[in-house]
Design a protein around this ligand. Structure first.
Ligand SMILES: [Zn+2]
Length: 148
């Protein structure tokens, strides 16, 4: 069982902004645009925040099976992205969730070399025209969520 907001026992397999040369080629960003947490296949994942599942899709050459959780009622609010999933269970676009709602199982779909979850985070008010298209390092925010 892995809660994306629980980092203490979850090894980071790739930090934000790592591997600049690779990510400049594959995604046009100056480095890795999220935080990778190593976990076994089909580990239960939970929503880190209250919000709505705003996107659920398959990106076969990138994020694989992924979903986004967005703040409700704030077009420019924060959102989280969980990627390389193996299953989203009954989750669907429009589902409202709270922090801790089970929403997906980890996997290794898309551009992935092994089971992990890619956690992307766009903070409230992030500018999409930045080098990272608004993505920021979620590690500090996840630690803050965990402390409650
Ligand atoms: Zn990643």
């Amino acid at each position: 069982m892995l809660n994306p907001i629980t980092l203490l026992d979850t090894p980071v397999s790739q930090q934000f902004a790592e591997n600049p040369g690779y990510y400049q080629r594959v995604s046009g960003t100056p480095g890795h645009n999220g935080l990778d947490l190593a976990c076994g296949l089909a580990t239960q994942l939970y929503s880190p925040i209250e919000g709505v599942i705003s996107e659920l899709d398959v990106d076969p050459y990138g994020w694989g099976l992924y979903l986004k959780i967005s703040e409700i009622g704030n077009d420019n609010g924060q959102h989280y992205l969980l990627a390389h999933l193996s299953s989203v269970g009954d989750s669907k676009v429009g589902d409202q969730v709270v922090a801790g709602t089970p929403i997906a199982l980890s996997g290794s779909s898309g551009n992935s070399t092994g089971p992990h979850v890619h956690v992307g985070w766009r903070p409230n008010g992030a500018y999409r025209n930045t080098l990272y298209h608004g993505w920021c390092d979620p590690e500090g925010e996840l630690a803050r969520l965990q402390e409650g």
